[in-house]
Write a protein that binds this ligand. Structure first.
Ligand SMILES: [Zn+2]
Length: 101
């Protein structure tokens, strides 16, 4: 009984952070794409928000390494994949709307 591991006294989860330099590989989130990001590609970032505007919102921004590190952002390799993700987003909303009725 006394050998039970004690919970973290600070109550906060221990963050294990990678100290390696940024070697994160970004893969396109476009349906049936999955291209890996190179250095000079014109990539974009997309993400969704469900609280901020009182409605499901889709965001599109030019590539930024800072934004790409954020949770929930989806890297897209170009206009085509951005459009595919946009229509996927719209389809999902329509589907959930009709399902709610
Ligand atoms: Zn793509």
């Amino acid at each position: 009984m006394s050998s039970e591991p004690r919970p973290n006294p600070t109550g906060s989860p221990v963050l294990t952070r990678d100290s390696k330099p940024a070697t994160t590989m970004f893969r396109c989130a476009g349906p049936n794409c999955g291209v890996l990001k190179g250095q000079n590609n014109r990539w974009w970032l997309m993400w969704t928000s469900y609280g901020e505007w009182g409605a499901p919102t889709l965001f599109l921004a030019p590539w930024s390494d800072d934004l790409a590190q954020r949770e929930g952002t989806m890297p897209v390799c170009g206009e085509r994949c951005a459009q595919k993700l946009q229509s996927q987003f719209m389809d999902n909303l329509i589907a959930s709307r009709t399902a709610a009725r």
